[in-house]
Design a binder for this molecule. Structure first.
Ligand code: UT7
Length: 332
């Protein structure tokens, strides 16, 4: 667990942005394309109404660079100001190098360092935690943290239990070091992050291929009900852990920004927290599950439409394959 130091740099979100492919595909459109499903099942079981899908040739790096440029513009910074890029993705352009290196080049950066993080749907929270550590330790002053996916490339269109669930997109934040005085009671920025994984869940949600096994990328395979159960339990636990670490209760939160895998999971979490749904950011209806991009997409949508206000307490919480899960508590 990382905690805000009593003094020294704290990581503040100075800019944010997102990018979506042009093509928006409704549930009805999936049915027209031959997926044996129906809109009512998808909406009632998941909350998903549509997803965006990358065009041929459109890759994770392209979406990531667009989101990063938007975050830089919002912060009034240029790529020359950035010390590091941490990109969370399960759908890299190539097996190697890291897609973050491609993004670095697309942004015209000639310095700094860039690497990918693979924690699937928890990737953005993992990346944010790493970036926060670099900033606290003084190894970087500004870090672009990006979640970007072209998850549609991993879907088996014959498997209706998974192919209706995912979409493509990217979200980015610029984390900036701000020195704060020990006397400051309510500093803005990341207050703590909490990361977990449990490899015993490896086979319950995975791609059935990989460069080191089949030589192919594989397709998404998921035991949905088991994953659902773990998602509710693990995210619930890490929310409690985070609140307890700060002596807070669910009611103290202004916003919960959860991973967007299933509206029913999100509603269960909110209910357990005693948090009304109008303090929970839900974008799954628009974007479906964009894996590592889900949380930064939801965060940037809520920031853009003015829901997030300076000084508010925001909890990010994620759960994904691995299993991985984690949270970040921040003051906006
Ligand atoms: O992002 C990482 C974390 N991921 C998650 O947290 C996902 C967790 N899991 C889930 O969200 C849910 O388990 C799913 C949405 C994936 C599935 O919902 P479910 O209520 O667990 O459904 P199920 O898989 O148990 O299937 C129930 C029925 C089955 O029919 P029968 O056997 O009862 O006749 C399925 O064949 O729903 C059927 N079904 C569908 N019907 C129409 C499954 N997929 C579809 C579909 N359209 N797309």
């Amino acid at each position: 667990m990382n905690f805000v130091a009593s003094s020294g740099p704290i990581s503040v979100i100075a800019g944010w942005g997102h990018a979506l492919p042009d093509s928006c595909v409704s549930n009805q459109e999936l049915m027209r394309r031959g997926v044996e499903t129906d809109d009512e099942w998808i909406v009632t079981r998941t909350g998903i109404r549509q997803r965006y899908m990358a065009a041929e040739g459109e890759m994770t790096s392209h979406l990531a660079a667009r989101a990063a440029r938007a975050a830089l513009a919002k912060a009034g910074r240029s790529s020359a100001d950035v010390d590091a890029i941490i990109l969370a993705t399960a759908t890299p352009d190539n097996t190697f190098p890291a897609t973050a290196a491609r993004v670095q080049a697309l942004l015209g950066m000639e310095g700094g360092f860039a690497f990918d993080v693979q924690a699937v749907c928890s990737g953005f929270v993992y990346a944010l935690s790493l970036a926060d550590n670099f900033i606290r330790l003084g190894q970087a002053r500004r870090v672009l943290v990006i979640g970007a996916e072209v998850f549609s490339r991993l879907l088996d269109w014959q498997d209706r239990g998974t192919c209706v669930l995912f979409g493509d997109g990217a979200g980015a934040v610029l984390l900036e070091a701000q020195d704060h005085a020990a006397t400051e009671a309510k500093p803005r920025g990341i207050l703590s992050t909490h990361l977990h994984s449990d490899g015993r869940g490896y086979d319950l949600l995975r791609a059935d291929g990989g460069p080191g096994s089949t030589g192919t990328a594989g397709h998404v395979r998921m035991q949905g009900r088991e994953v659902f159960r773990h998602a509710v339990t693990r995210m619930g636990e890490v929310i409690e852990e985070t609140l307890a670490a700060h002596g807070l209760t669910g009611e103290s939160l202004d916003w919960l920004v959860p991973h967007q895998a299933n509206r029913r999971i999100i509603e269960t979490l909110a209910e357990r927290l005693g948090l009304p749904m109008d303090r929970v950011v839900v974008t799954i209806d628009q974007h479906a599950n964009c894996s590592a991009a889900s949380i930064p997409l939801a965060l940037t949508v809520a920031a853009e439409d003015g829901r997030l206000q300076p000084g508010q307490l925001v909890m990010l919480v994620a759960m994904g394959a691995g299993f991985t899960w984690g949270s970040a508590l921040l003051r906006w």
